[in-house]
Design a protein around this ligand. Structure first.
Ligand SMILES: [Mn+2]
Length: 226
Protein backbone atom coordinates (compact mmCIF):
# COMPACT_ATOMS: atom_id res chain seq x y z
CA UNK A 1 0.00 0.00 0.00
CA UNK A 2 1.11 3.55 -0.70
CA UNK A 3 0.23 6.20 1.86
CA UNK A 4 0.70 9.95 1.63
CA UNK A 5 0.79 12.61 4.36
CA UNK A 6 2.19 16.13 4.41
CA UNK A 7 2.95 19.25 6.43
CA UNK A 8 3.68 17.47 9.69
CA UNK A 9 5.52 20.64 10.78
CA UNK A 10 7.29 19.23 13.80
CA UNK A 11 4.25 17.45 15.26
CA UNK A 12 6.30 14.49 16.42
CA UNK A 13 3.51 12.90 18.48
CA UNK A 14 1.07 12.92 15.57
CA UNK A 15 3.79 11.56 13.30
CA UNK A 16 4.45 8.67 15.69
CA UNK A 17 0.75 7.92 16.03
CA UNK A 18 0.47 7.81 12.24
CA UNK A 19 3.43 5.44 11.99
CA UNK A 20 1.85 3.26 14.66
CA UNK A 21 -1.55 3.29 12.98
CA UNK A 22 -0.19 2.45 9.51
CA UNK A 23 2.04 -0.36 10.79
CA UNK A 24 3.90 -0.30 7.47
CA UNK A 25 4.69 -3.68 5.98
CA UNK A 26 7.76 -4.51 3.92
CA UNK A 27 6.19 -3.38 0.59
CA UNK A 28 4.28 -0.40 1.98
CA UNK A 29 5.57 3.13 1.53
CA UNK A 30 4.62 6.32 3.32
CA UNK A 31 5.39 9.48 1.36
CA UNK A 32 5.61 12.70 3.32
CA UNK A 33 5.17 15.61 0.95
CA UNK A 34 7.40 18.12 2.72
CA UNK A 35 7.25 20.70 5.47
CA UNK A 36 8.47 18.19 8.00
CA UNK A 37 10.09 20.92 10.10
CA UNK A 38 9.18 24.33 11.56
CA UNK A 39 6.29 25.65 13.68
CA UNK A 40 6.08 22.55 15.91
CA UNK A 41 9.19 21.69 17.92
CA UNK A 42 9.64 18.04 16.87
CA UNK A 43 10.86 18.44 13.29
CA UNK A 44 14.41 17.33 13.97
CA UNK A 45 13.12 14.30 15.92
CA UNK A 46 10.93 13.37 12.94
CA UNK A 47 13.92 13.59 10.58
CA UNK A 48 15.99 11.40 12.90
CA UNK A 49 13.22 8.81 12.94
CA UNK A 50 12.59 8.93 9.17
CA UNK A 51 16.30 8.37 8.52
CA UNK A 52 16.03 5.04 10.34
CA UNK A 53 13.09 3.82 8.26
CA UNK A 54 13.41 2.28 4.82
CA UNK A 55 9.83 2.82 3.72
CA UNK A 56 9.22 6.44 4.65
CA UNK A 57 10.10 8.76 1.77
CA UNK A 58 10.14 12.53 2.17
CA UNK A 59 9.86 15.20 -0.48
CA UNK A 60 11.01 18.79 -0.05
CA UNK A 61 8.74 21.57 1.17
CA UNK A 62 9.47 25.29 1.39
CA UNK A 63 10.17 25.03 5.13
CA UNK A 64 12.62 22.16 4.64
CA UNK A 65 14.37 24.12 1.88
CA UNK A 66 14.70 27.24 4.03
CA UNK A 67 15.78 25.23 7.08
CA UNK A 68 18.57 23.69 4.99
CA UNK A 69 19.83 27.10 3.87
CA UNK A 70 19.72 28.75 7.27
CA UNK A 71 20.88 25.83 9.41
CA UNK A 72 23.91 25.48 7.16
CA UNK A 73 24.67 29.18 7.39
CA UNK A 74 23.93 30.00 10.98
CA UNK A 75 23.98 26.87 13.09
CA UNK A 76 27.36 25.73 11.83
CA UNK A 77 30.40 27.89 12.37
CA UNK A 78 29.97 29.88 9.20
CA UNK A 79 29.93 33.61 9.83
CA UNK A 80 30.30 34.68 6.24
CA UNK A 81 26.59 35.34 5.72
CA UNK A 82 25.60 38.57 4.04
CA UNK A 83 23.02 41.04 5.35
CA UNK A 84 20.37 39.86 2.90
CA UNK A 85 20.61 36.33 4.23
CA UNK A 86 20.43 37.63 7.77
CA UNK A 87 17.14 39.33 6.94
CA UNK A 88 15.82 36.08 5.42
CA UNK A 89 17.05 34.19 8.46
CA UNK A 90 15.05 36.47 10.76
CA UNK A 91 11.92 35.98 8.68
CA UNK A 92 12.40 32.21 8.72
CA UNK A 93 12.84 32.18 12.52
CA UNK A 94 9.59 34.12 12.87
CA UNK A 95 7.80 31.81 10.45
CA UNK A 96 8.36 28.72 12.60
CA UNK A 97 12.10 28.23 12.05
CA UNK A 98 12.93 29.12 15.66
CA UNK A 99 11.80 25.67 16.86
CA UNK A 100 13.89 23.89 14.24
CA UNK A 101 16.94 26.08 14.84
CA UNK A 102 16.81 25.50 18.57
CA UNK A 103 16.47 21.70 18.28
CA UNK A 104 19.21 21.54 15.63
CA UNK A 105 21.60 23.54 17.79
CA UNK A 106 21.41 20.85 20.49
CA UNK A 107 22.59 18.05 18.16
CA UNK A 108 26.17 16.82 18.11
CA UNK A 109 28.27 17.45 14.99
CA UNK A 110 27.57 14.06 13.41
CA UNK A 111 23.85 14.41 13.88
CA UNK A 112 23.97 17.92 12.44
CA UNK A 113 25.72 16.67 9.32
CA UNK A 114 23.28 13.83 8.82
CA UNK A 115 20.24 16.12 9.24
CA UNK A 116 21.72 18.57 6.74
CA UNK A 117 22.47 15.90 4.18
CA UNK A 118 18.97 14.46 4.67
CA UNK A 119 17.51 17.90 3.86
CA UNK A 120 19.97 18.36 1.01
CA UNK A 121 18.85 15.20 -0.80
CA UNK A 122 15.09 15.64 -0.54
CA UNK A 123 13.51 15.35 -3.99
CA UNK A 124 11.08 17.99 -5.27
CA UNK A 125 8.55 15.59 -6.74
CA UNK A 126 7.88 11.96 -7.46
CA UNK A 127 5.76 10.29 -10.14
CA UNK A 128 4.30 6.93 -9.21
CA UNK A 129 1.81 4.50 -10.66
CA UNK A 130 -0.56 2.31 -8.65
CA UNK A 131 -2.61 -0.33 -10.45
CA UNK A 132 -2.38 1.71 -13.67
CA UNK A 133 -3.36 5.02 -12.05
CA UNK A 134 -0.62 7.64 -12.25
CA UNK A 135 0.06 10.11 -9.45
CA UNK A 136 2.25 13.20 -9.28
CA UNK A 137 3.39 13.87 -5.72
CA UNK A 138 4.88 17.24 -4.68
CA UNK A 139 4.76 19.66 -1.77
CA UNK A 140 2.93 22.03 -4.10
CA UNK A 141 2.72 22.77 -7.81
CA UNK A 142 2.52 25.91 -9.91
CA UNK A 143 -0.29 26.94 -12.23
CA UNK A 144 -1.45 24.48 -14.89
CA UNK A 145 -0.03 26.27 -17.93
CA UNK A 146 3.47 26.04 -16.46
CA UNK A 147 3.29 22.54 -14.91
CA UNK A 148 2.15 20.79 -18.07
CA UNK A 149 5.47 21.89 -19.57
CA UNK A 150 7.40 20.38 -16.67
CA UNK A 151 10.83 20.81 -18.24
CA UNK A 152 10.42 24.55 -17.77
CA UNK A 153 9.50 24.33 -14.09
CA UNK A 154 11.93 25.55 -11.46
CA UNK A 155 12.57 24.40 -7.89
CA UNK A 156 10.48 27.20 -6.46
CA UNK A 157 7.40 25.99 -8.40
CA UNK A 158 7.41 22.89 -6.19
CA UNK A 159 8.09 24.85 -3.00
CA UNK A 160 6.02 28.01 -3.29
CA UNK A 161 3.72 27.37 -6.28
CA UNK A 162 0.01 28.09 -6.03
CA UNK A 163 -1.98 25.21 -7.51
CA UNK A 164 -5.13 25.92 -9.47
CA UNK A 165 -7.31 23.41 -7.63
CA UNK A 166 -10.26 24.46 -9.75
CA UNK A 167 -8.52 23.12 -12.87
CA UNK A 168 -7.84 19.54 -13.94
CA UNK A 169 -4.17 19.54 -15.01
CA UNK A 170 -3.94 16.01 -16.43
CA UNK A 171 -6.73 13.62 -17.45
CA UNK A 172 -4.55 10.60 -16.73
CA UNK A 173 -2.65 11.68 -13.61
CA UNK A 174 -3.79 12.77 -10.16
CA UNK A 175 -1.76 15.52 -8.48
CA UNK A 176 -1.26 15.05 -4.73
CA UNK A 177 -0.07 18.13 -2.82
CA UNK A 178 0.30 19.55 0.68
CA UNK A 179 1.32 23.16 1.48
CA UNK A 180 -2.16 24.68 1.24
CA UNK A 181 -4.30 23.87 4.28
CA UNK A 182 -7.46 22.43 2.78
CA UNK A 183 -9.64 24.96 4.60
CA UNK A 184 -8.26 27.55 2.17
CA UNK A 185 -9.53 25.51 -0.78
CA UNK A 186 -12.97 24.94 0.73
CA UNK A 187 -13.88 26.14 4.23
CA UNK A 188 -16.00 22.99 4.67
CA UNK A 189 -12.82 20.92 4.56
CA UNK A 190 -10.88 22.37 7.48
CA UNK A 191 -8.86 19.49 8.97
CA UNK A 192 -9.81 17.10 6.16
CA UNK A 193 -8.40 15.84 2.88
CA UNK A 194 -9.87 17.57 -0.19
CA UNK A 195 -10.37 15.88 -3.56
CA UNK A 196 -11.46 17.36 -6.88
CA UNK A 197 -10.44 17.96 -10.51
CA UNK A 198 -7.77 15.23 -10.35
CA UNK A 199 -6.19 16.90 -7.34
CA UNK A 200 -5.87 15.49 -3.85
CA UNK A 201 -4.92 18.14 -1.28
CA UNK A 202 -3.76 16.61 1.97
CA UNK A 203 -2.53 19.41 4.25
CA UNK A 204 -5.07 19.01 7.03
CA UNK A 205 -3.35 21.70 9.12
CA UNK A 206 -2.03 19.31 11.79
CA UNK A 207 0.16 21.98 13.39
CA UNK A 208 -2.85 24.28 13.76
CA UNK A 209 -4.67 21.86 16.06
CA UNK A 210 -6.33 19.65 13.44
CA UNK A 211 -5.83 15.90 13.07
CA UNK A 212 -2.98 14.79 10.80
CA UNK A 213 -4.50 13.43 7.61
CA UNK A 214 -3.10 10.62 5.48
CA UNK A 215 -4.51 8.94 2.38
CA UNK A 216 -3.98 5.44 1.07
CA UNK A 217 -3.66 5.83 -2.70
CA UNK A 218 -4.53 2.17 -3.37
CA UNK A 219 -7.90 2.39 -1.65
CA UNK A 220 -8.48 6.17 -1.21
CA UNK A 221 -9.10 5.45 2.46
CA UNK A 222 -8.46 8.51 4.62
CA UNK A 223 -6.76 8.06 7.96
CA UNK A 224 -6.65 10.75 10.65
CA UNK A 225 -4.65 10.79 13.86
CA UNK A 226 -4.86 13.27 16.74
MN1 LIG B 1 4.63 24.64 2.64
Amino acid sequence: MIYVASDIHGCYDKYLRLIERLALKEDDTLYILGDIVDRGDGGIEIIKDVMKRKNVVCLRGNHDALALIFLKRFALQDHSAEERLKEGFKLWLEDGGEQTFSAFSKLDDNEKQSVLSFLDYLPFYEKISINGQRFFLAHTVCEKAKLIDIENCEARDFLFGEPEYEKCYFDDMIIVTGHTPTGFIDPDYVGQIWKGNNHIAIDSGAVFGNPLGCICLDTMEEIYVD
